[in-house]
Design a protein around this ligand. Sequence first.
Ligand code: FE2
Length: 252
Amino acid sequence: MRYLILSDVHSNLEAMRAVMAHASRKRRDGVLFLGDAVGYGAAPNQVVERLRMMGNVVRSVRGNHDRVVLDPTQGAVFFNNHARRAAAWTAELLTGANQRWLESLPVGPREVEAGLEICHGSPADEDEYLFTEPEAQLAYGATEAKVIFFGHSNVPCMFELTEQGGRQSVVGVLLRGSRVVIDLDPTRRYLINPGSVGQPRDRDARASYGLYDSEARRFTLYRVAYDVDAARRRIMAAGLPPILGDRLLHGA
Ligand SMILES: [Fe+2]
């Protein structure tokens, strides 16, 4: 099976459009969505509608922002000021149908096929960030899957786990570049973040997404330029905190 992998779209319609146009030329059997359709950006309904329109080919998990917009009082606990304001603004604007779609998103981790799972933050907790090798090593303990795709940190990266003589070691790498191809070793385990479509945070402003061929065990990461200024203008026009637009310019 060949999967298109999307994560952390964060209500960025311009980035979503660019990614879908770029990916339209690639053969795929399904779509994996790792959560956070909404939050931060200014086009929540348009983004959710695009995901909804893909129908059954999409296997999704809920993100923390998808959860909080359904109950913005949670923002006080989980979010900084800007994220909290964006969540309250989004909650006001969402149509009933889009709200119901967000409500229907299952909590991860979720098995997609034997040995392949998707989750938002980590396999243990949708709110947990995986940045370091020790964090990834702990996360492997929460699942038996060989390959786990995760999001939430908005940083494209990979943690490879090798087991030798009962000893585990985890090596993490950032995935940098316009197109990064990784052939997975069937004897090892992988936690892979395809980066964020709509709010990249690795100092590369381009939208990020992945493709995974589960038979060939090949993962490819793509970066796609999009109209960042238009996404930023939309955020400013909505009266959302300007920093949410500015950060898109820097991919931070
Ligand atoms: Fe998230």
